[in-house]
Design a protein around this ligand. Sequence first.
Ligand SMILES: [Zn+2]
Length: 154
Amino acid sequence: MSATAVTCQIVTLPTGQACGAPAAGRIVWPDRTRTAACADCALSMSLKAQAAGSDIVGVEPLDRDWPVGTKNNPSKFAGYDKAAVDEPMFTLLARDPLAPALVRMWAAQMWQQGEKIEKVTEARGIADAMEAWKKEHPSTRCYLDWAGKEPAGG
Ligand SMILES: [Zn+2]
C-alpha cells in the first residue's frame, strides 16, 4: 500500500466539495476515465447511472491494473461503442477455447491488410491474456469446450 491515502473524489451535494473519505476503489466511467471513490459514493453513482440509463463500466480496486480488453478496461479500439444501433456484432470471451486463435488470425490478417501496429499488437496481447485467464479460471465453461480437452495442437 502507498503511504499516501487515496481519498474519494466524488463531489457531494450540497457542499460541492469532494467527499474525501478513504477511497475503496476507482469508478470506471463509460468514457474510460477513472475517479477514486469510497464504497458509499461508488454505490450511489452506480445507482444514479443505472437510473439515467447509462451504467458505469465498473469499479476497480485501487491497487490493480486490469488487462486491456476487459469489461473494466476496454480496448480503445473496441467496437462496441462505435457500432451502429442496427449493426450486427459478435463477441469472443476468454472462456471460448477458439477465441485466442481467432483473435490471432484476425490480427495476422489485419496486419497484412495494413492495419496499424498498435492495434494489431494489442489484439495479440488480448489473445495472450485470454489464454492466461483461461488457465486461471479452468472451471469456467463454454457451451463448446472440447469435452474438457485442449484443442488438437494447442
Ligand atoms: Zn465518497
